[in-house]
Design a protein around this ligand. Structure first.
Ligand code: GTP
Ligand code: MG
Length: 137
């Protein structure tokens, strides 16, 4: 499909990058379909990241993602998943290409500023986690 899901993570919000990141996203041609400023409880962060529950960093990830407010959004663009992952850069900001969001705003692999869905199926699941039908425009 032509949609993806993103979260501006607690580190980027706390460091004052929410506006700059939204501007980068919109300037790159993504249309905002849904947008929410919210905070995950530990329980809901655990549910969101359930696919990673066997990974060694799962506990740290869940506690980090529930440590402060985030911005969640559904975005639309042709080839959205791939285009958005190109815009945000590698998971490890030390390896993220120049000019990518993680290159500019992230400090470490665990506090890496932004999330982008990795498949159409997950974009659908993740968007549904945060947004009802009447919150999409
Ligand atoms: P997301 O867009 O956030 O899903 O990142 P990603 O798809 O680039 O990475 P992945 O789905 O593999 O991992 C999910 C998140 O777990 C990453 O964004 C990181 O914040 C975190 N993470 C991944 N690898 C590590 C790691 O080795 N250590 C720690 N502490 N966190 C990690
Ligand atoms: Mg991922």
């Amino acid at each position: 499909t032509n949609r993806t899901f993103t979260m501006i993570k607690p580190d980027a919000v706390a460091n004052g990058h929410m506006g700059a990141i939204l501007n980068d996203i919109i300037s790159a041609g993504f249309k905002v379909i849904a947008l929410k400023y919210t905070k995950l409880s530990e329980e809901s962060a655990g549910k969101f990241y359930e696919v990673h529950k066997e990974r060694p960093f799962y506990k740290d990830l869940v506690s980090f993602m529930s440590s402060g407010p985030i911005v969640a959004a559904i975005l639309e663009k042709d080839n959205a998943i791939e285009e958005f992952r190109k815009l945000i850069g590698s998971t490890n900001p030390a390896e993220a290409a120049e000019g990518t969001i993680r290159n500019k705003y992230a400090k470490s692999i665990d506090a890496n500023a932004i999330h982008g869905s990795d498949s159409d199926e997950n974009a659908e699941i993740e968007g549904n986690f945060f947004f009802s039908a009447d919150e999409r425009f």
